[in-house]
Design a protein around this ligand. Sequence first.
Ligand code: NAD
Ligand code: MLT
Length: 310
Amino acid sequence: MKVLVTDPIADAGLDRLRDAGHEVVTDYEVEGDALLDAVSDANALIVRSGTDVNEAVFEAASELVIVGRAGIGVDNIDIEAATDHGVIVANAPEGNVRAAAEHTVAMTFAVARSIPQAHGRLLGGEWAKGEFLGTEVNNKTLTIVGLGRVGQEVAKRLDSLGMDLVVYDPYISEERADRLGAELVEDLHEALGRGDFATVHTPLLPETEGMIGEDELAQLEGGYLINCARGGIVDEDALAEAVDDGILAGAALDSFAEEPLSQDSPLLDVEDIVLTPHLGASTEAAQENVAIDTAEAVLAAFDDEPVLTA
Ligand code: NAD
Ligand code: MLT
């Protein structure tokens, strides 16, 4: 069988497929017509977030059995088109959860203590000790929007650092929030209004697209917004304006509506916004985990064994 891999995944996953006797073709630059050509005789396609697996890809891929997503979010895959073409879509929902949660905590501290900004000043030859007065997370309230796998791991870590937890997630039970010592609040505006920090952990869905806009940011007045989930959930223009105007104290983002982030983005012009290039899952352990889980899903699909679909 031919497995086409169009975003980089760890060798452990590629080796698992080769050891099982399959042909593995990696092409991390392929797009447009070249992608349609490359996928035309592939039996499996493995991607991360960098490949747009749209209707045209499924049209072109007449031999395709499975699309494996080496990570969590499947917003770059047209699931309806996959279903129409009888192609399985499997993600790796567990392997990078801790990495994403740790990155969220790191971004929380980065923005609360202006770590990247201070580092930049030092590199520029300035000892700007008097210009940075940070905020402690201890005794502050953290609003978590979306208490799924990553949200729960973030909750545990920041609870242990002395934060009070408020949660907005219309799809979870009160018990899930209770178990983490968090208060479940039914209204998004109320939840944001209670937070000193707010962190977003929902998938990107039609329902969540743009859910944090100007009005929502105004509720978090004086606070910090962190988004290590998906771009498009937070309105980037409104966020840049809110931080620039001092309505928010700062923001930290790891994912963007368009990736790579355009150099014209207003987010790049605001001093108190910390940005990373979608690094949430970029640890050795997480990449090895998701690569192996994705390879196993492909092997199971080739063997007509049950596959957990996304
Ligand atoms: P999950 O499916 O386990 O949890 C998502 C949670 O969001 C669920 O509890 C769900 O009930 C809740 N939710 C859905 N719609 C909502 C709404 N309208 N309002 C509030 N809550 C809502 O997902 P996860 O594994 O925890 O992943 C969370 C996000 O993090 C996803 O967007 C995923 O793609 C992203 N992610 C990013 C990175 C990264 O590299 N930055 C790494 C891993 C995951
Ligand atoms: C994910 O949803 O798992 C993240 O986007 C991680 C990634 O693949 O970069």
